[in-house]
Design a protein around this ligand. Structure first.
Ligand code: SF4
Ligand code: SF4
Length: 378
């Protein structure tokens, strides 16, 4: 296992994300504790010392099961536990950061949380936490009392928001979505560099874009990697190495749900480290990015001008986005889940063309919608 230096400690380059755990009977609250125990013991035995959970993961059973396993196996001092203050609850009348942290410590059977994050910050959420809940004071007090060791935040907004939040507090670390397809959105390359200059190490989430950069059905992408003769043919490995190569990392999180994934990721992070990415691998990434642009089949900009006038309330941009994602990543199966959830009324289209008249991209929306239906229902 490769390690990153963090305030005199060694943090494993691979972090174990605990949000897609094995479950029993498909019930997210029934984490398969014995399967997870085996995975964690294997990961600890192979040097993984960063475990990332959050208040809502698996309806609270991610924190709880991790806490039980850590206590039963005597792991508490061998691993770093990262968890998050669930900011989505801050509009509920009973929300109290203090009470939530106490509950989390109980669930984790721990006296301290090593890495504590404000969960999924946008600028708006940060301002509310800061001004309404005096969260800076809260984090300072929690650090002083030893309930947390390091304070950070995970982030979902744009680059200016990321920089502004970074500037607002003396953060120990931050967590961003970053992968080779997302270098221009969210914090992006610019935010990454800004954090590096400020010496705030980054935990990386979605390094394979929620599985999309695996391209299960794209022979073209697989061929690009094969032709490179990199000594591996895994699309996941290319994506993980792209991130692991960067300076300024705390860890790269991978949400692992099977022992096979744990073993594969550990093998990758035995080899991947800062500076590992070769010019040939970079070339492969550039080719795949071109493929992604080419396969973005419908040039919808998500402006939503078309939605208001639709008599049947069809969510046109959502349908196009699901279609584009599935085509882009060669993953019709993954798109199908979203299609079945959000596009049940596409066939209600009466071809009145109100949407097409409103579309600044001059898209022939009714025809394109038929194409989306054909693609998913053929
Ligand atoms: S053409 Fe179809 S999608 Fe467009 S506004 Fe009319 S009913 Fe809605
Ligand atoms: S108006 Fe056109 S570009 Fe805008 S969201 Fe609708 S389909 Fe997309």
């Amino acid at each position: 296992m490769q390690y990153n230096d963090f305030k005199g400690e060694k943090i494993s380059a691979l972090g174990f994300g605990l949000m897609r755990l094995p479950v029993i009977d498909g019930d997210q609250a029934k984490v398969d504790k014995e399967a997870l125990r085996e995975m964690i013991l294997y990961a600890v035995g192979n040097g993984v010392n960063y475990y990332d959970t959050a208040y809502p993961y698996h309806n609270g059973f991610s924190e709880k099961t991790l806490g039980e396993i850590a206590a039963e196996e005597g792991l508490r001092d061998k691993i770093n536990i990262a968890t998050k203050l669930f900011t989505l609850m801050m509009n509920s009348p009973n929300f109290s950061p203090e009470a939530m942290m106490t509950e989390q410590l109980e669930r984790l059977k721990a006296e301290r949380i090593d890495f504590y994050l404000m969960h999924g910050l946008s600028m708006d959420k940060w301002v509310t936490l800061r001004d309404k809940f005096d969260i800076i004071n809260f984090m300072d007090r929690a650090k002083k009392s030893g309930r947390i060791r390091y304070a950070g935040f995970s982030f979902h907004d744009d680059t200016p928001a990321f920089k502004a939040i970074l500037d607002d507090y003396d953060w120990d670390f931050a967590q961003i979505q970053y992968n080779y397809a997302d270098t221009e959105i969210q914090a992006g390359d610019e935010g990454f560099e800004y954090a590096r200059q400020k010496k705030v190490p980054l935990a990386i989430m979605e390094p394979i874009k929620g599985g999309n950069l695996i391209f299960p059905e794209s022979d073209e992408v697989k061929a690009i990697i094969k032709e490179g003769n990199f000594g591996y043919e895994s699309t996941a490995e290319l994506a993980l190495r792209f991130v692991a190569d960067k300076k300024g990392l705390l860890t790269v999180l991978s949400g692992m749900g099977t022992m096979e994934q744990v073993k594969e990721n550990i093998a990758i992070f035995d080899r991947a480290a800062v500076g590992c990415f070769t010019p040939a691998e970079n070339e492969a990434v550039e080719k795949i990015k071109k493929y992604l642009i080419r396969e973005a089949a419908i040039p919808c900009t998500d402006c939503r001008y078309c939605t208001e006038g639709c008599p049947n309330k069809i969510n046109i941009p959502r349908a196009f986005s699901i279609f584009n994602q599935a085509k882009k990543y060669g993953n019709r199966q993954a798109g199908m889940r979203d299609y079945n959830r959000s596009c049940t009324n596409l066939k209600d289209c009466t071809e009145c063309r109100a949407c097409a008249d409103a579309c600044p991209q001059q898209l022939d929306i009714p025809e394109l919608l038929k194409g989306v239906v054909d693609y998913f229902e053929a």
